[in-house]
Design a protein around this ligand. Structure first.
Ligand code: FES
Length: 609
């Protein structure tokens, strides 16, 4: 419990046996919510700022008056921070200025005091080289604005890809009661009689345009019809995956993940979040009482059943690191083996997010996965996951498939290892051409994204459909920021011949809306001297997805010889945030968080002088 002296009673910590430099939280101490006593006004964290009869508190109260708040309006109420990741360039959050008013309405209704705090709006489309470079910056900002201000709980408003993990990572580390409000998906895209899916159909039609099969007029019509409203990408991309993962973790209210951004239910959900967070403060229901190894397993089950974005793996590893939960990359593969894909959404399937919502959304999906889940996990609703989904039903079996008629018998993402990726890499087989899942071919190596752009369409390269395209120095440190460059383009000459997929390997990520036989997140990355750094054009690479292997067919002694002569690329940044990122970011198999932000010893509350 948070007392007036500011001490925070989070779960006790113990050393993680697999990573002695990290700590694990003992979540069993908080497993039973019913044992938790409700806070009283004197227990509120904000009371440290406002209650004492001293000069500092006089200053805090008088400045509330300056902002036009009376004592009756502001004092003795839980102060709720609404972290709003909105800007004029956050294309998926254009409805947030209205939604924040609805969250405030809910907070007032429940007797709280809402304060909107703008935070870094990570724009997936406009930030270069990638919004991922700044995920940890948002996480730091979210944690520190919560810690430094007189707030008792938070509503986290995000949705566009990295805003979800960024806000959640910060809130987990701050460990104040927090509920996540997903932005919701945009309306389905449309061109003439065809429904268009974010990203997925863009890649598809761009390939047709490159192949000379689509004229400029149609391409322009698609540009105007692909994104028709506020909201996040409406395929099972990273935003949709992470919203559903957040709901399954227990960090959103039931049903929140799939409500379309412009649906009136989204406004009602915003107000419900505002009402609920006030109760969560009185219940002292913090992330540390919600998140556990079991809740992360639940989230991975949902991810696999949705054929979710490969990005979810990196973000879940980072979230677990913040929560003090020991989660390894191989856990995703273990769960994948026993979890069929039953959500029929693009890019792996057919439908779009509003169909998923109308089919019952995440509660309906989880009701179908019930036997694979730990149903006693707590959630922000104050009920267990099992209680949240007790009445859920699947409305449309075409969208959420019956368990015995899956899209794929195994889950959406596999983890591969081998001489090319000793620390692992990932592939989404449901988005790949089945004929390429076992493949050996000649490597064609690109040293960087600009190198790839310059050479990929050059006929002199002599690239064939059987070759394996390799992009390196595109990882967390190499790019830096691990951009979504992993779906390397098919050479134009091959597109014209009808080729639509090839084996592609990189230390980059790939958009969740992308598809193809793309091996991603190779670790260690090339810029760190992983074997990817010494692959040469002409080497042979063997991929066997079923065997979970990816190997460079080069004698070990030759690999060692090349590595001995390898020199690291010059660091892109020698100062500023980029330097911090290069110095502190972990590899993909650890979630790419900053080392000093993973859960360690307790962080002190600010002194109030
Ligand atoms: Fe925002 Fe896809 S660009 S979710």
């Amino acid at each position: 419990m948070c007392k007036i002296d500011g001490s925070v009673q989070s779960p006790p910590l113990s050393r993680n046996p697999e990573h002695p430099d990290r700590f694990m939280a003992d979540h069993s101490a908080h497993a039973d919510q019913s044992e938790q006593k409700r806070l009283s006004v004197g227990d509120l964290r904000s009371q440290r700022w406002f209650a004492p009869d001293d000069l500092r508190s006089f200053g805090h109260r008088s400045r509330l008056r300056q902002m036009g708040y009376s004592a009756e309006e502001a004092e003795g109420r839980p102060v709720i921070a609404i972290l709003n990741s909105w800007s004029d360039l956050s294309q998926c959050h254009t409805h947030f200025p209205q939604r924040v008013q609805e969250v405030k309405r809910g907070v007032w209704q429940a007797g709280g005091f809402p304060v909107e705090i703008p935070v870094l709006a990570l724009s997936e489309m406009f930030m270069k080289p990638t919004a991922m470079l700044y995920r940890n910056l948002l996480a730091m900002e979210a944690e520190e604005v919560l810690r430094s201000h007189p707030v008792d709980g938070a509503v986290l408003m995000g949705g566009c890809d990295k805003t979800v993990p960024g806000l959640l990572m910060g809130a987990i580390s701050a460990d104040l009661p927090a509920v996540f409000l997903p932005a919701g998906p945009m309306l389905a895209g449309r061109h003439r009689n065809e429904r268009l899916g974010s990203g997925t159909d863009v890649w598809k039609y761009w390939a047709e345009r490159q192949a000379g099969c689509l004229d400029a007029c149609v391409w322009r019509q698609i540009e105007e019809g692909i994104a028709r409203s506020a909201g996040t990408c409406m395929t099972m991309g990273t935003a949709s995956t992470l919203a559903a993962v957040a709901e399954t973790l227990g960090m959103t209210l039931p049903g929140a993940a799939t409500i379309p951004a412009v649906h009136s239910a989204h406004a009602r959900m915003a107000a419900a979040c505002g009402r609920r967070i006030v109760d969560m403060v009185w219940e002292d229901l913090r992330p540390s009482r919600i998140l556990s190894a079991a809740s992360f397993d639940n989230a991975i089950v949902a991810d696999m059943a949705m054929a979710g974005s490969t990005n979810a793996i990196v973000h879940l590893l980072a979230l677990a690191g913040r929560a003090g939960v020991s989660l390894q990359l191989d856990r995703f593969d273990t769960i994948s083996r026993s979890t069929p894909v039953i959500v029929n959404l693009r890019p792996a399937g057919e439908f779009l997010m509003e169909d998923f919502h109308d089919a019952g959304g995440v509660p309906a999906l989880l009701s179908r996965l019930r036997h694979l889940l730990s149903l006693d996990c707590p959630t922000v609703s104050g009920k267990t996951l099992g209680e949240n989904i007790a009445d859920a039903e699947v409305i449309d079996d075409r969208v959420i498939l019956p368990f015995d008629r899956p899209l794929s018998r195994a889950g959406g993402t596999f983890v591969l290892r081998g001489s090319l990726a000793p620390d692992g890499c990932v592939i989404k087989p449901t988005a790949a051409d089945p004929k390429l899942l076992v493949h050996t071919g000649r490597a064609v190596v690109f040293d960087s994204y600009p190198d790839m752009k310059a050479r990929i369409d050059d006929p002199a390269e002599g690239i064939t459909a059987d070759d394996v395209l390799v992009l390196r120095n595109a990882g967390p440190l190499g790019a830096p920021g691990m951009p979504e460059w992993g779906m390397l383009p098919i050479p134009k000459r091959l597109l014209e011949q009808g080729v639509r997929d090839m084996v592609r390997i990189s230390d980059a990520r790939m958009s969740g809306t992308s598809y193809g036989t793309c091996v991603l997140h190779v670790a260690p990355e090339a810029a760190l001297g992983g074997p990817l750094a010494i692959v040469q054009t002409g080497d042979r690479i063997a991929l066997d997805v079923e065997a979970r292997s990816i190997d460079l067919i080069v004698p070990e002694a030759e690999i060692a010889r090349r590595l001995a002569h390898w020199t690291p690329p010059q660091a892109r940044f020698t100062r500023g945030y980029g330097k911090l990122f290069l110095d502190q970011t972990t590899q993909a198999d650890h979630g790419c968080d900053f080392r000093f932000l993973e859960r360690g010893g307790p962080t002190p509350e600010p002194d109030i002088f």
